[in-house]
Write a protein that binds this ligand. Structure first.
Ligand code: 6CS
Ligand code: FE
Length: 293
């Protein structure tokens, strides 16, 4: 089994010539007795499917305040050239802004919202910290797709995340409809790890955040996962939240409608699962993508 300097690599990816589907070696919901907004049924559904859709998780007032800040952020970032602002692959529309939990007071407060943090602790079974945050704008007409992928495959190979003990909270800041490029997930796919082929290029993140090519499963593996299950799209109104496991296979289509699909993402990692050295990349990614301090 390949290891990096300190930790056994239980999920080798981007190292073999052929793709492989390995079984998950980690729990999904970690045993604990933390209190929080998720009930027993919610946790059982999350364990089974690898995601949980929470309609109206935030109040209309909270949601309106987030939408006002989103508008200010988007206006302020047009034409702005800094590493955290990622542009669409075919133009200069803003695709994402990273590290909003670090740089923006409103989204910092949201990343510390007790309902979110407690839900993450109920699933990860420990104290948590923000591994990554971003706003994906997916603007009307111009918002391009996010290829199918497992976040963990990237966070393991490029950031050195040892185990599957992290989750994403996708907070809808605009209404997500079936037609404006909502998140698509394959329920149950979190229990299989698709080991991808293809070495990680130097500074891969300079392209992968615009259009991901490495760490995207091959069509045969993707088809196998879908045939084991189905495709769901937990699309909800602004203020709803999708909690999804770090290893669930997900993606989203391009947005050719006038309606933007803007979501804020906070990734919570367990304090027991801190990043080590990348398992299949030459050097760690910058802190605005993967918190290391
Ligand atoms: O590389 C990453 O960390 C980011 N890429 C995707 C497509 N999802 C997870 C994360 O935002
Ligand atoms: Fe992702």
């Amino acid at each position: 089994m390949k290891t990096n300097e300190t930790v056994l690599d239980l999920y080798p990816s981007r190292v073999e010539a052929q793709p492989r589907i390995l079984e998950r070696k980690d729990p999904v919901v970690y045993p604990n007795d933390f209190e929080g907004p998720l009930g027993k049924d919610d946790l059982a559904a999350y364990e089974r499917d690898g995601y949980l859709f929470a309609e109206q998780f935030f109040t209309p007032e909270e949601t309106e305040a987030l939408q006002a800040e989103l508008r200010r952020l988007l206006e302020g970032s047009r034409g702005e050239r800094r590493p955290e602002v990622i542009l669409e692959p075919d133009g200069d529309e803003v695709r994402s802004i990273f590290a909003v939990h670090r740089d923006n007071a409103v989204f910092k407060a949201l990343s510390e919202h007790p309902k979110l943090v407690n839900a993450a602790r109920q699933i990860l079974g420990s104290d948590v910290y923000v591994h990554q945050s971003r706003i994906n704008f997916k603007p009307g007409f111009k918002g391009k797709e996010f290829q199918w992928h497992s976040d963990f495959e990237t966070w393991h190979t490029e950031d050195g995340m040892p185990r599957m003990r992290a989750l994403s909270c996708s907070i809808a800041l605009s209404d997500n409809y079936p037609f404006n490029g909502p998140l698509m997930v394959i329920p149950g796919s979190h229990r299989h790890f698709v080991a991808c082929v293809g070495e990680t290029p130097e500074n891969n993140y300079e392209n992968s955040l615009r259009r991901q090519e490495i760490g995207v499963p091959d069509e045969e593996s993707l088809t196998w996962l879908v045939n084991q299950s189905r495709i769901e799209q937990p699309a909800g109104k602004a203020g709803s939240v999708v909690f999804f496991d770090c290893n669930i296979m997900h993606g989203s289509n391009s947005n050719i409608t006038p309606y933007p699909r803007s979501n804020a993402f906070f990734v919570f990692n367990s304090v027991e699962n801190k990043l080590t050295t990348p398992f299949a990349a030459s050097k760690p990614r910058p802190d605005y993508i993967a918190t290391r301090d």
